[in-house]
Design a binder for this molecule. Structure first.
Ligand code: FAD
Length: 487
């Protein structure tokens, strides 16, 4: 048997371990942390459970596919449900809407509550489906670094539609051209944050994202987001994969232009294939520091980071759903702070994710588990302690204004995650959530490939390589990569 070594057990590393085991490799995964999943992990504080990182689950078929490949029925191993309401939106002027999964219902809601014609909602979702149909087969499912991708008939068809795919406009401009009501522009601009980008800079092509949430659906795993990690980890174990925790890889060993294994705790471990799931920037700085550095790729601007307060709240708010957004009054100023000033706006958009709405035992009776998050710049050495103290005050004031409450009084337990701790725990460069940002139209081409062009037998998967960050794309990176490895 051939041996495969994987550095990191992020969701892409786990998916890669499953795919390589199914290819017949003997797989060993080395992970710095004491647990699998990287960003997709969970924390517990005094009776409250929180999904630590990702909260929105789209494209569940990417998870199911792994069970199917292994000849198992996904329903027996990983249960999830479709959300009726993708998100509950709140504004300072008292307006609220629910983004219903059902398009007609959503269009009706927007018409009655915000005065935007339902026709534009349908047009927006059609536009999104159009971009998805043209670009997903090319950008999400294939390597961009192989000629074969570019000479497929599908690619040729897409070249002819460049203008319609939004490559020459920004997300915000395209949304302003479509919607009459600024609140809808804001709502659809928010999708840029799904990969840590700025709607005022990112190409309108990213209007592809609402397709995932509305046309395909937003979902919730019955046991919480962390179950994505756990169910796939169990699948990997059942296929004979070995996981070594508390085991940082110190170096990827290269001999005569070939990866031959890794060094862990001072000792070499050899394998025919080495797969790196660690963030690329930090990987080149540490475990690949002796190798040729792809300078241009490593210098690309990173996506935004997050500031999260995990709050145990001693009250139930019936008006709150699983996903809630309390919008900033000045979205442009908020993004200017994040991406241009490297700072935090005083009126940030506050996202509150409450899994106890769906999974009651995530909080004690009569309580809720609030994952309260704002988007913040990635870490450039700012004075975070000072920024966090100010942001906490502003977030609480905003929640109090919109929900007419005194939230400070209700916080029973608190823990904080911020750019420095995100980097510390998962080794993501600058604490960015999604690797490189997509703020420029060439970003897709400036992500690291899924293989090394200099070192044989070395492959890459995860949110910092092609096709990008987020759970579905990270899972796809493992698929694209595995297809390149010989059997
Ligand atoms: P990571 O999760 O980055 O894990 C990499 C692993 O490698 C870590 O476990 C690390 O310890 C390990 N490692 C690093 N160096 C070494 C070494 N030298 N030796 C051994 N092990 C090493 N995505 C969504 O789809 N929906 C969301 O709602 C969403 N929200 C998010 C919110 C937050 C707060 C965060 C942080 C992320 C969010 N994301 C979301 C993004 C998503 O979490 C990531 O894109 C995805 O989990 C990245 O997976 P990965 O495989 O790249 O690995």
């Amino acid at each position: 048997t051939k041996h495969c070594i994987i550095v990191g057990s992020g969701i892409a590393g786990i998916a890669a371990s499953i795919r390589m085991a199914l290819k017949g490799y003997q797989v060993q995964v080395f992970e710095s942390n004491a647990y699998p999943g990287g960003k997709l992990s969970e924390i517990e504080i005094q009776g409250y459970r929180f999904d630590a990182g990702p909260s929105l689950f789209t494209l569940p078929d990417q998870v199911e596919e792994l069970f199917l490949l292994a000849g198992k029925d996904p329903k027996e191993h990983f249960e999830y449900q479709k959300l009726e309401v993708a998100c509950h939106y709140f504004w300072e002027d008292g307006k609220q809407i629910k983004a219903w999964a059902d398009q007609n219902r959503f269009a009706e809601e927007v018409e009655t509550k915000l005065g935007e014609s339902g026709t534009t909602i349908r047009a927006a979702l059609k536009r999104s489906a159009f971009i998805y149909d043209h670009l997903a087969p090319l950008f999400m499912h294939r390597s961009l670094h192989q000629l074969s991708t570019w000479i497929r008939p599908q690619a040729l068809k897409s070249y002819l539609k460049m203008g319609k795919l939004g490559i020459f406009s920004t997300m915000n401009k395209a949304n302003e051209a479509l919607f009459a009501q600024p609140k809808l522009v804001q709502l659809f601009n928010r999708y840029a944050t799904y990969n840590g980008s700025d709607p005022y800079q990112t190409p309108a092509t990213l209007n592809i994202i609402p397709h995932l949430e509305f046309n395909i659906g937003a979902f919730f795993p019955k046991k919480g987001m962390h179950e994505i990690t756990l169910s796939l980890y169990r699948l990997a174990l059942s296929l004979g994969v070995t996981y070594h925790f508390n085991s940082s890889v110190e170096e990827i060993l290269v001999e005569k232009g070939k990866a031959i294994g890794v060094q862990v705790k001072g000792k070499p471990v050899c394998g025919e294939v080495v797969i790196n799931n660690m963030d690329m920037v930090n990987a080149y700085k540490t475990i690949l520091k002796k190798q040729k550095q792809p300078k241009k790729l490593l210098e690309q601007p990173k996506s935004s980071s997050a500031l999260i307060f995990y709050w145990g709240i001693n009250k139930v708010f019936p008006e709150l759903d699983l996903h809630n957004i309390l919008f900033s009054d000045d979205y442009r100023a908020e993004f200017e702070h994040i991406f241009k000033k490297g700072s935090i706006y005083h009126d940030p958009t506050v996202y509150i994710n409450i899994t106890s709405v769906y999974k009651q035992d995530d909080a004690p009776p009569g309580c809720m588990n609030w994952f309260t998050m704002i988007n913040v710049p990635n870490n450039q050495g700012q004075d975070w302690d000072q920024l966090i103290t100010a942001a906490r005050k502003n977030i609480i004031a905003k929640i109090n204004r919109i929900l007419k409450t005194d939230v400070e009084q209700l916080i029973e337990v608190e823990q904080i995650l911020e750019p420095r701790t995100i980097e510390y725990r998962t080794s993501s460069a600058q604490g960015a959530l999604y690797g490189n940002s997509s703020n420029n139209k060439f970003a897709a081409f400036l992500r690291h490939a899924n293989y090394s062009s200099d070192i044989k037998n070395l492959y890459f998967c995860g949110g910092s390589v092609h096709p990008g960050g987020g759970i579905p794309l990270s899972l796809l990176s493992a698929k694209i990569m595995t297809e390149m490895v010989g059997g």
